[in-house]
Design a binder for this molecule. Structure first.
Ligand code: HEM
Length: 225
């Protein structure tokens, strides 16, 4: 069961396979306040829409990255990673606000709604740090297929077996990552760079799905049953 009633009221689009990277409807972005600190800004008010049944089931593994794409990923990531903690928290707050059902796996903030309060949660901040570090390892290892596979094995197994996270949330998170990076780093994440990121994140999702299948995850579909 991955969707609450609220999930169905929504009308945003998200389908990694179809290159639609709107991560949801309420937008919280990082902006510099007068003090120079990054703050969360709420732009619009809408509700979550989970991908429909079968919508994301047939994600095809993208072609390998070209050398140029690999360089674009590594260059853009170096700018993003300079703001590792802020960006990681912004991504996860956007995920949890736009897709509230994704909070169900987190004991310490599953009932919190306010983005500012979410952003202060120790559990959220810790997970943001872990996600960003894992992405950093993947980006650093783009020319090392074995290393990429071992990271995806570790992440996939832990989330399937220990945390029992439906794999669709990895696709949702991928869309949110692209959306936030595009908004926060518009000079860096040009359409060409975003296309390369699309490939990387689709590869991550395919790898995670493969691990879920390996460990016998029984419900790879986005079924709400
Ligand atoms: C690229 C995507 C992700 C990466 C790299 C990632 C990475 C990690 C890592 C390294 C850990 C800690 C080690 C462990 O317990 O296995 C962790 C824990 C966890 N992750 Fe993720 N994660 C990702 C996506 C997600 C998503 C989409 C969800 C659910 C919506 C999720 C839910 C959790 C939960 C519930 C924990 C345990 C948290 C705790 O014990 O405080 N993760 N993740």
């Amino acid at each position: 069961m991955i969707s609450s009633n609220a999930d169905h009221k929504a009308s945003s689009s998200l389908a990694l396979a179809q290159h639609r990277f709107s991560g949801g409807e309420q937008r919280f972005s990082l902006r510099r306040g007068k003090t120079g600190n990054r703050i969360f800004k709420k732009d619009t008010e809408k509700m979550e829409r989970m991908p429909g049944e079968g919508e994301l089931d047939h994600l095809e593994r993208p072609s390998p990255l070209t050398e140029k794409e690999r360089m674009m990923i590594q260059d853009s990531w170096s700018k993003v990673y300079e703001n590792c903690d802020d960006v990681g928290v912004a991504i996860l707050v956007r995920l949890f606000v736009n897709f509230p059902s994704s909070k169900q796996f987190f004991s310490q903030f599953k009932h919190i709604e306010e983005p500012e309060e979410l952003a202060r949660s120790t559990q959220l901040r810790k997970h943001a740090h872990r996600v960003m570090n894992a992405l950093n390892t993947l980006v650093e290892s783009l020319d090392n297929a074995e290393k990429v596979a071992s990271v995806l094995q570790m992440v996939g197994k832990a989330h399937a077996l220990r945390h029992k996270v439906e794999p669709v949330y990895f696709k949702i998170l991928s869309g949110v990552i692209l959306e936030v990076l595009g908004e926060e780093f518009p000079q860096v994440v040009t359409p060409e760079v975003a296309a390369a990121w699309t490939k990387v994140l689709a590869t991550v999702c395919c790898g995670i799905n493969a691990v879920y299948e390996e460990v016998g995850w029984s419900k790879l579909s986005t079924s709400t049953g």
